[in-house]
Write a protein that binds this ligand. Structure first.
Ligand code: SF4
Length: 285
């Protein structure tokens, strides 16, 4: 049986950098707080927890003082930095540079054009989106789909951005719909701020998934990127199975497969895909 791991699956640069920063700090101190899960993958979160990385939520963060806290790749709104300063919290800032650049762009648009409406294509309450909205005091209009378009005033100057992990085709669709909604002559400026580390995975994973009898997609249940990529695999190969751990594999379903491809999201660790391969080899030998 042929078993192959997709070489383009695995952590994006932003997540790699955040984990490296966490591991550097853990090597020094043996303990570090992280505001929110460092990555949407419970296996990786568990691995780091064993090494001393303690995930906290916003409420716990507000109650801490005189400690070190890592900010993950998603980025944070300004008030998180203010709380850290007030409580003498040392920040280990692993906010992704791509996200920070987008935060700045949104802030600049708002400062230079205070009467314009800022529209963000993204998921309500997603950590990255909260960080983006926070730059402009939560005045942005968040559009998840066409149902949200009615929140956009047709007669106002409009700036349109995207959360970095949204699909390119979804962005194009919403862009077209906004153009139609706005009155003729209204100033409309749009910025494709989708991270290519995510969007390039779609054509790559499509090609990969077509080559195998069965595809095992490894991902966390909280990962939105994982859901998108899993559906992409399934659209080209109906024999795609979603797993979070090697033990999730139903061997009844794959016992007749002559070739198995293993792939995952931008939040899936390579070691997890390797464990899956070893598990299959062991069970099927
Ligand atoms: S997906 Fe892109 S923007 Fe998001 S953390 Fe990874 S590298 Fe940064």
């Amino acid at each position: 049986m042929l078993i192959e791991i997709d070489q383009s699956s695995g952590f994006c640069n932003g997540v790699v950098r955040a984990i490296q920063k966490a591991e550097q700090e853990l090597a020094k101190d043996g303990h570090l707080y992280c505001l929110g899960d460092i990555v949407h993958n419970s296996q990786e979160v568990q691995r780091l927890r064993k090494n001393g990385l303690e995930t906290i939520d916003n409420k716990q963060f507000r109650e801490l003082s005189d400690v070190k806290v890592l900010f993950r790749a998603h980025g944070e709104p300004p008030e998180t930095y203010r709380i850290a300063e007030r409580n003498n919290i040392k920040i280990i800032d692993a906010s992704c540079r791509v996200v920070l650049a987008l935060q700045q762009k949104i802030k600049d648009a708002h400062e230079n054009f205070p009467n314009a409406q800022i529209v963000i294509f993204g998921k309500n309450a997603h950590a990255e989106v909260l960080g983006l909205e926070g730059q402009i005091n939560y005045t942005a209009i968040i559009v998840e789909g066409e149902d949200d378009l009615e929140k956009i005033a047709p007669d106002k100057q409009t700036f349109f951005f995207s959360q970095t992990t949204m699909p390119l085709d979804g962005f194009a669709k919403i862009l077209e719909a906004i153009e139609k909604r706005l009155n003729n002559g209204v100033d409309f400026r749009y910025f494709d701020t989708i991270c290519r580390q995510v969007s390039n995975r779609i054509p790559e994973i499509k090609k990969f998934a077509q080559r195998f009898d069965t595809v095992i997609f490894a991902g966390g249940h909280k990962s939105s990127n994982g859901k998108v990529l899993y559906e992409v695999c399934r659209s080209v190969n109906p024999n795609t199975i979603f797993v979070s751990a090697p033990e999730d594999i139903d061997f009844e379903k794959i016992k007749h497969s002559k070739s198995i491809g293993i792939c995952g999201a931008t939040s899936t660790p390579v070691w997890l895909m390797e464990n899956i391969r070893r598990h299959i080899e062991l069970k099927m030998s």
